[in-house]
Design a protein around this ligand. Structure first.
Ligand code: CO
Length: 262
């Protein structure tokens, strides 16, 4: 199957799905504080998504029970919301969410601080985000897919971090996961040529230590094998004739100058 090129109508619907998800992230990120459970985070997030007239795309996906993946510290992705898992001052928490608007998906993740965090943890969060923006410098029509992974890997590894290999980004549209897979690391093959109208979820997952991960017995939660901290930064993007359009960037991120990072 070829990678789909979205029509103008589809792009409009994905812009709206992205705009809504950005609002959810902006508001949810602000609510995070010590003492909340990860289930509280999920409940608040699901409520927000539904308040905007969208469906949480993760809920029930392959049996996933939550609306928001809430992954704490060494948890890389797919943490299951749990009333007994209480966020503590100094934790970092990755919030991954997807919404469906009129049949079209957006998908985005942010790692945020719980209370006061260490400089090492903040550096990991900032550099994981920047690894995404390094990828945006090459996410251009005419470039090849492998340039994305190479950009993420070169940047993240320059700090001695581990780039997770067992999970990848993906095309997105009328389904959460479409072709192509988007690795965050170097590939032997150059991959497809990027073309205007492709919509992609680019999502570096970066560990402070080893790149290796293991799956927990709950069959969802992925943790770093050495229990080092892990961060995640994901946006749904549209390939254009120029710079990529970031469909899930928050207004605060735009105001902070993130559009000038690539
Ligand atoms: Co994704």
């Amino acid at each position: 199957m070829a990678v789909s090129i979205k029509s103008e109508r589809e792009i409009q619907l994905m812009r709206e799905a992205g705009r809504i998800l950005a609002m959810v992230h902006q508001e949810l990120g602000k609510q995070i504080r010590p003492g909340m459970s990860t289930l509280d985070v999920d409940r608040i997030g699901e409520e927000m998504i539904r308040s905007y007239g969208c469906e949480p795309s993760f809920k029930g996906y392959c049996g996933y029970p939550g609306s928001i993946c809430v992954s704490v510290n060494e948890e890389v992705v797919h943490g299951i919301p749990n009333a007994k898992r209480i966020l503590q001052d100094g934790d970092i928490v990755s919030l991954d969410a997807g919404v469906i608007y009129k049949g079209y998906h957006s998908d985005a993740a942010r790692t945020v601080a719980v209370g006061n965090i260490s400089k090492e943890a903040q550096d990991l969060i900032n550099r994981t985000r920047q690894s995404f923006f390094e990828a945006m410098k090459v996410a251009r029509a005419g470039h090849h897919l492998n340039e994305i992974g190479r950009a993420v890997q070169d940047y993240a590894e320059s700090f001695g971090y581990g780039v997770v290999r067992d999970l990848v980004g993906h095309g997105i549209g009328s389904e959460l996961h479409q072709e192509p897979e988007i690795p965050n690391f170097r590939q032997l093959r150059r991959g497809i040529k990027l073309r205007p109208g492709m919509t992609l979820a680019v999502e570096p997952m970066i560990n402070m230590g080893t790149a290796d991960v293991v799956w927990m017995d709950d069959e969802w939660t992925v943790i770093s094998e050495d229990m080092s901290l892990s961060a995640h930064y994901e946006n749904t993007i549209l390939i254009t004739d120029g710079k990529p359009e970031l469909l899930t960037l928050t207004e605060e991120e735009k105001a902070a100058g993130y559009l000038d990072l690539f």
